[in-house]
Design a protein around this ligand. Structure first.
Ligand SMILES: Nc1ncnc2c1ncn2[C@@H]1O[C@H](COP(=O)(O)OP(=O)(O)OP(=O)(O)O)[C@@H](O)[C@H]1O
Ligand SMILES: [Mg+2]
Length: 288
């Protein structure tokens, strides 16, 4: 979906990293950037009104974005109410929502905050979660790998992830690595002797996955696509693939799991372990 990008800020270091990522992405893709801060009241209405503080948080983030991407149209909006609900509402009309992996609250050891987690699970369209590079041990300065990876299982959500990944690859002139991981359904001593059968099943899965990727190759002929089919748990395959990418893209749900789950177990695990930016994609409502 064309439109504007939205970045949510709370004044934390990860949110600042999110602004840097969003400004760069908006510049590459020629999109306007809307910087939003949800101004939360003090509990029980005690204390001074917080609007001065909130306005400061918003303006500092907008100044950073304007400094990094002078050609991008940057607007700001101070919102009120529940942070998660406000950001999910923003996603309905946004190209994508960009957030830091952590914010100001939470336990020090946590990798992902509750806002990032809930928005990634419920928002429409892509949600990009960005780590603070220094906290993730990545060192200063941007590192570019010229490669994007997408986790693909042929589910509706992974098709939406593929579309976003290809669009990003085109905008960045990067290669796209399509990771299709399939784990043997049986790991028991009784499976000994079925190796040949399981290998045949795996090869069938690989052929089916390649058939699903073929139309995407036709739609984006300018993007170099490599396909990697592995007989491995998808989480470990994606974590390995993410080591040398500029962005890892996954669908918010896959083929498996409970129908009611908001975030599939693979997307959930990837968000907790990958230090590179991760985009979790749920199709926009009404998208075919
Ligand atoms: N009030 C807010 N307004 C706008 N965006 C926010 C707000 N709070 C958090 N965010 C966004 O969500 C990201 C993740 O913050 P989150 O609140 O999930 O982590 P946390 O504060 O460490 O943990 P928690 O809030 O669960 O205790 C932030 O980097 C920021 O992008
Ligand atoms: Mg928070």
């Amino acid at each position: 979906m064309a439109g504007r990008m939205v970045v949510g800020v709370d004044g934390s270091a990860p949110a600042t990293a999110a602004v840097e990522w969003a400004a760069d992405d908006a510049r590459r893709r020629g999109l306007p950037l809307r910087v939003v801060h949800v101004c939360e009241p003090w509990p029980h209405g005690v204390g001074e009104p917080r609007s001065d503080h909130c306005a400061g948080v918003l303006e500092a983030a907008a100044d950073l974005a304007r400094g990094l991407a002078p050609d991008v149209e940057v607007t700001t909006e101070m919102l009120s109410g529940n942070v998660i609900e406000a950001l999910i509402a923003e996603s309905a009309s946004a190209d994508s929502v960009v957030l830091g992996s952590r914010g100001l609250g939470g336990f020090a050891g946590m990798v992902l905050g509750s806002v990032g987690m809930a928005v990634a699970g419920h928002a429409e369209g892509p949600v990009v979660i960005v780590r603070d590079p220094s906290a993730a041990g990545l060192g200063p300065g941007p590192v570019e790998h010229g490669q994007i990876a997408v986790g693909f299982d042929g589910s509706e959500h992974s098709e939406a992830a593929m579309e976003y990944a290809l669009m990003q690859a085109r905008a960045r002139d990067a290669r796209l690595r399509v990771v299709y991981a399939w784990q043997l359904p049986v790991f028991s001593p009784y499976a000994v002797g079925y190796g040949g059968v399981l290998e045949d099943v795996f090869q069938q899965e690989v052929r089916a996955a390649r058939e699903r990727v073929a139309p995407w190759r036709e739609k984006y002929p300018e993007v170099e696509i490599t396909e990697q089919e592995v007989c491995e748990h998808p989480v470990s395959a994606l974590i390995k693939a993410a080591a040398a990418v500029d962005l890892l893209v996954v669908g918010s749900r896959g083929l498996g799991g409970f129908a009611s789950a908001v975030l599939g177990s693979v997307s959930h695990a990837v968000l907790h372990h990958v230090t590179r930016p991760v985009a979790v994609v749920r199709p926009h409502r009404g998208a075919s």
